[in-house]
Ligand binder design. Sequence first.
Ligand code: 9MR
Length: 390
Amino acid sequence: MFTARDRLKLLLGGAAFSVSACGGGSSSPVRPTPPPVVVTPPTPAPVIFVPTEGQLRDKFVNQFQVGGAIQVGQLTAPEGTLLGAQFNSITAEFEMKPDIMGPSEGVYNWVEADALLAFAEDNGLQLRGHALLWHRSTPDWMLTGTPAQVKVKLQTYITEVVTRYRGKIYAWDVVNEVITDDGSLGDAYRRSNWWTASGGNADYIDWAFEAARAADPDCKLYINDYGTEFSGKLGRLLDVVRDLQARDIPLDGIGHQMHINVGTSAQQVFDAVDAVDTEFMGLEQHITELDISVYSDPASCFSDQTGCQSDYGTTIPDTVFTNQAQLYRAIFDGLATRSSVNSVTLWGISDAATWLNEYPVSRTNAPLLWDRDRNAKSALQAILDSSFTP
Ligand code: 9MR
């Protein structure tokens, strides 16, 4: 049945059609204006810089090895993936030190070192040895006895370790941090457990280098230390190098750790490298432990943990990251022009895993090239892309 209601519907529908098709007519019924549709544009996702595979190591392939320090437990974490993808040198953060590799006299633990070497070989990285002697990681057994007995223990240990990895390690830090921070001693040698065990002198340094050279004539032998960005410490290191050379101790290179911060200038880094070049032509140089803390602390923060800059927590200011990126860029660019520098190692891969989150006080730090989510930071982009403004 065609009812009156159906008729009305038909009429109205026809009117609506005529409005949309012909622009309407004065007799058409007026329809309510629909509210304007507000289109909110989606918030653009932050652009995350993603380096291409190998971009970091390739950029400096004609200048220096680009290294990363890592712990064995991180080899299967994202840090291991980044290390394999972007670096060509690897350093054990702690597993190749004497307290780990020489737990007791005549007993050697190769497990972790072998795992690092296998990772290096599988991923085409070269292994940098760190460290044969360090006062902070010496097992007690090595330091007991007369100086003559200590010498035998040290040299036996070094001979075993260097021989095992002969041809597989391109450089060893033979002695680590043997320079004193005390400028008032009258000489440059740290008064450490090793100084005491040697009989109150620095003979242990000679013993270490001589054993290392005898075990591997081709491996580059390094003296490694921190604080060379400061002229006092640098001067004392140069005093020791002069001493070693005068006695024909087999030394190939100087390692500058470069645990610096956003308040350090790139020139301080270059001054250290240039001072070595000026006086010791022919010595190689490595930057061995580079990281740039976001905190510019006074010396007291390191000596007794007072005066440390307060924790930024999760809100590290953008300006700090800008400074960090500019400093990383300046350092990499400047080192690339210095031919004695043939290896630059970062002391870690991502901000999620850095010793500086705990040292000198427990605090959120962000000193490396990838952030806690393992995204590339502006610091990495600044190093790789000269057209990028951090
Ligand atoms: O970062 C390393 C940390 O994980 C270890 O616990 C510690 C002791 O083995 O050594 C740290 O590395 C140091 C390096 O070997 C020498 N220079 C200072 C580094 C930071 O303390």
